[in-house]
Design a protein around this ligand. Sequence first.
Ligand SMILES: [Zn+2]
Length: 309
Amino acid sequence: MRVTILGSAAGGGFPQWNCACPNCSRVRAGAPHLKARSQAQVVVCVDAGECYLLNASPDLRSQILSTPLLAPSDSPRHTPIAGIFLTSADVDSVAGLLSLREFQPLHIYATPSVRRIVLEENRMFRVLERANPPVSWHDVPWNAWFSLGGEASGRASSLRCRAVPLGNVYPDYVSETLRRALPPEEAVIGLAFAQGNKQIFYAPALPGRSNEWKDWAGSSDVCLLDGTFWNDEELISTGVGTKTAREIGHLQLSGAGGLLQEFGSANRGRKILIHINNTNPILDEQSPEHREVRDAGWEIAYDGMEIDL
Ligand SMILES: [Zn+2]
């Protein structure tokens, strides 16, 4: 399988349109040691005709257009996108679904709670039902591998998937009434994909309230993990927000209890940070924080990065 990083930044992208933090100002000015990044988007391709999107970023349309392997072939209406997996109902994860509204039958995999938030709290997404046949939603089962492709193409895929519950932070736009009705464990999931004896694990948000993800990340050939914030108080100290990283569902990278310490040398494969917020100092390739991450054996995802397994 081939994993392609179409976008590697957190919500807002890098630079963010209304942000003049030191990182955004420098990348806007063309500093050579910072790379612009679009909002986090990953695609897993089994072969040229069978690709799965991991989330649907707000930048999805331009990300698809700049990726030849996602171009349509043969008939007037066609896409190699066999399915879309949603790891949460965050705007960063679901907004791109509206860029897929051109009457294309699609398969979307999510927890029942994320499906309810998308369809009940945001009726605009029902635009996807105009396709013939309409978009099909599939519940991702817990604690079991499931095979892909059967629904989309009529033939079983060689790719298997497994959902791992990660925590209980629902987006703040969800109404209090619905939030109370939803089981906490369906808010944020990680995804393991396996083909043969190769495995990847994707978790762009780690709320840090369970440890099951460590086993999945540690046993994978490649893990793509939450690189959103360097410090828990990064949004406050840079003057762009009032909440801590933990309060909005992200485990910080540095310090006691941070990702670098929590997930050290126990893994066997490549460990890559993704979903990097524009305030994060690791985006500056000359910063001590960038060096610290690299010295600890981590890679930092960039737009266009390709991983073959
Ligand atoms: Zn910024």
